[in-house]
Design a protein. Structure first.
Length: 410
């Protein structure tokens, strides 16, 4: 039943015939009778091209081990880790500090980004040629590249190396101290807002450079309707461009904001019109993939309200059940489309080969509780949200890396 790439809803018993899996170093046998229900589905392992696992440098927020375990809990078998670390992976020496931890501690495929600029300072390009063999792409995520000429040179060098430039698009000159969307909620509650132009203006600039250089270009976490339209137009013109959005931008908007740091992320939750435009973007193929931007922080860093809390929420353990419940079950998209967005398309764009699968009980209904997370991070706007879909197993290279019966009882 695995012959067709797009045939996702499979009975577990059919898939595991003549396969042997390993759990905790020993052979593991499944009883096919336990998986005879049509509500049990097997999917190709999800692939998240935008996560922050915080190590090296910020292990109190997350580690490669806890982040990869959280990813396995969410059904992911591959992730791409952003470079806002200490040291920043801007040279082979710095990159290998991260790679050593990945090799020792990761339970899934973890693919690091190399930084676009040294120290993510936006002033000097990193050692692209030296790192190219070891990185999935180049990004300064967390910071936008402000200098147009520097971005042009980055794209030219990435083009020669057949690598993608992955851009956090944010014009610092337009932020003006903002920390949530510049909309009705900010106005009514005396908060400083971040305008949508701060996102779409750099996208507009970069599209022009990508068109000029022929570089493969990917836009991180788009959140507003203008970004969708710019990317839609660029694709129609033949620009080599892809983009992602995150579950929270598809399911929430500024009307859902509360005076709590778990609602603070960058870019921020925007208007209902922006959310609807993003939905249309995933339906018509403008938006190629859904990435979580999993960004764990300590409880203290997220406890200072909307103004003073750190930007970022966790999401890798809740993405699939949230999207399945509120997009698929509500007939906004079908299940095949969701798996394309979460597995097929990101692998195709970033050349990440399939390495496993994940098994879900689609009938299981429950409330999201952060005390069940394997991530160190707990800040999510979806706490207590009711969802369908529970991960039972995740398998990478025939090794069981998440077993629901064991994971929370060890």
């Amino acid at each position: 039943m695995m012959a067709k790439e797009y045939e996702y809803k499979l009975y577990f018993a059919d898939y595991i015939a003549n396969n042997v899996f390993i759990s905790k170093g020993a052979p593991f046998s499944f009883d096919a009778a336990d998986f005879s229900s049509p509500d049990i589905c097997i999917f190709p392992g999800f692939c998240d091209v935008h996560v922050h696992f915080r190590e090296p440098g910020f292990f109190y927020k997350e580690t490669i081990h806890t982040g990869s375990m959280a990813a396995a809990h969410g059904g992911y078998t591959d992730v791409c880790t952003m470079p806002n670390l200490n040291p920043v992976p801007d040279s082979v020496e710095h990159l290998f500090e991260q790679k050593k931890i990945i090799d020792n501690d990761a339970v899934i495929g973890v693919h690091p980004y190399g930084a676009i600029t040294v120290g993510q300072s936006g002033e000097k390009l990193s050692a692209f040629e030296d790192m190219a063999e070891w990185v999935v792409a180049f990004s300064d995520d967390g910071r936008g590249v402000q200098n147009e000429e520097l971005m042009r040179e980055a794209m030219l060098r990435a083009k020669k190396l057949n690598k993608i430039i992955v851009a956090h698009c944010e014009d610092n000159s337009l932020i003006n101290g903002g920390y949530i969307h510049k909309g009705k909620y900010a106005q009514n509650h005396n908060h400083k807002g971040i305008c949508s132009e701060s996102e779409w203006k750099p996208i507009e600039r970069d599209i022009s450079i990508a068109k000029e250089t022929g570089c493969a270009y990917h836009v991180c976490h788009i959140s507003c309707k203008e970004s969708v339209e710019l990317i839609r137009k660029a694709k129609a013109e033949g620009v080599d461009i892809t983009c992602e959005t995150a579950p929270h931008y598809l399911l929430l908007d500024e009307n859902n904001l509360q005076e709590d740091g778990r609602f603070k992320m960058n870019p921020p939750l925007r208007s209902e019109a922006d959310r609807i435009a993003l939905i249309e973007g995933i339906k018509d193929g403008t938006i190629d993939m859904i990435a979580t931007d999993h960004a764990p922080h300590s409880a203290e860093e997220k406890s200072a309200g909307l103004e003073k809390s750190a930007f970022g929420i966790v999401g890798i353990e809740t993405a699939f059940p949230l999207l399945y419940t509120y997009l698929v079950r509500k007939n906004i998209i079908n299940l095949e489309k969701l798996i394309e967005l979460m597995s097929i398309n990101p692998r195709k764009r970033f050349n990440i080969s399939p390495n496993g699968f994940t098994i879900w009980d689609m009938s299981r209904e429950y409330e999201i509780k952060t005390d069940s997370f394997l991530s160190k991070g707990r800040a999510t706007p979806f706490e207590n949200t009711r969802v369908f879909g529970e991960c039972l197993f995740t398998v990478v290279d025939k090794k069981i890396v998440y077993n629901n019966a064991e994971a929370h009882h060890e």
